[in-house]
Design a protein. Structure first.
Length: 355
């Protein structure tokens, strides 16, 4: 019996030892990550507004006939230079000339009727009302002749100013309706502009006279100065954006209409901008940059995705509103963090490493 008790005791002891390691296999707590923080620094600088657009002339004209008809002549082609007053195209004059002749004949008859009516009125054969009606008929005939002659004048297209033909939309022999464009020309004296479409959030930040930097794929190693010259009062109903024109100050590189350009507009109005060390950025793409900030008690972290930022040499700039109430960001150790990571903020110099 004594030996039986001893064997049982040894068995229980061994069983207990075999279960002991299982208690150590439990999931360990997340390792505390030592980190350093840096204060964000306010900046007296506005973030540039970035957008892309197409180069155009500031004064571009779409020229059309006042009336419809058959085009009998087109005198200039795309790319041609034109002078002010030069005839660019004509309609077949047959129809409009007939209308002018008809209006002249109607006016001659109205004059004869009025003269006869006035004679009869003197002889008390016609009434005053009849003479007044004949006078009105004459005035109507005169106005009809003015309309016909006006339309005849605009059955030809004349260059309203000197410039260059950008586009021709019609050819000789085509039937065209009134108001349909035949030529698209750019005036010589007009500046070249980059036309941009800005969102409502961006357009309220800029004003006339704001400076801009322009870049074009055709000239990858050059930048051009620009200035905001026009801001649309209403949005485009199709895109919902607001058209902004940025005039190109100097075009020594021969930038052509139709080139696609990128603009950075620098608003004069200052916003609440802060500077963050580049070491704080853990992820970034063209739309967002991600950083970590310590929680108020300094033991945990919160990840922030900045929706607006600009990259500098060793820093990024972002609106203060992106950080909310946070005044510090995590720099050293940030790349080892996860949203659930516990942290310990250190101020000494030992090297910070990951798990």
């Amino acid at each position: 019996m004594k030996y039986t008790s001893l064997i049982l005791s040894v068995f229980i002891f061994l069983a207990a030892c075999s279960e002991a390691p299982k208690k150590k296999i439990s999931k360990s707590e997340p390792k505390v990550v030592p980190v350093r923080t840096a204060e964000v620094v306010p900046q007296d600088k506005a973030l540039p507004i970035q957008a892309s657009g197409i180069v155009a002339s500031q004064e571009e004209l779409r020229l059309a006939f006042k009336i419809g008809g058959v085009i009998t002549a087109v005198y200039v082609n795309e790319g041609d230079r034109v002078k002010k007053g030069q005839v660019l195209a004509r309609l077949d004059p047959s129809e409009i000339q007939a209308q002018v002749d008809q209006a002249k004949t109607a006016l001659e008859k109205a004059n004869r009727d009025l003269e006869r009516g006035e004679r009869l009125y003197k002889d008390t054969v016609a009434t005053l009302e009849q003479v007044q009606d004949l006078t009105t008929a004459k005035e109507v005939a005169e106005n009809n002749l003015k309309i016909a002659e006006f339309n005849q004048k605009y059955s030809s297209i004349y260059a309203p100013s000197s410039g260059r033909v950008l586009k021709r939309f019609a050819e000789k022999g085509e039937i065209i309706g009134p108001g349909n464009p035949v030529y698209f020309i750019a005036a010589n004296q007009s500046a070249q502009v980059l036309r941009l479409g800005l969102t409502d959030v961006d357009v309220v930040q800029i004003k006339l006279g704001d400076a801009a930097q322009l870049n074009f794929d055709a000239f990858p190693n050059q930048s051009f100065e620009g200035i905001v010259t026009e801001i649309a009062a209403g949005s485009d109903p199709m895109s919902g954006t607001y058209e902004v024109e940025v005039a190109i100050k100097s075009n020594k590189a021969n930038i052509k209409n139709g080139f696609i350009g990128k603009a950075q507009i620098f608003p004069e109005a200052k916003k609440g901008i802060v500077r963050i060390p580049i070491e704080a950025v853990v992820e970034a793409d063209p739309k967002t940059a991600s950083i970590y900030v310590p929680t108020p008690d300094g033991t945990g972290v919160q990840r922030l995705d900045l929706g607006s930022y600009e990259i500098g040499d060793d820093f990024i700039l972002t609106p203060e509103s992106e950080l909310g109430s946070h005044k510090e960001v995590i720099t050293d150790g940030a790349r080892y963090l996860r949203p659930e990571s516990p942290i310990k903020i250190v101020t000494d110099s030992p090297k910070i490493t990951g798990n």
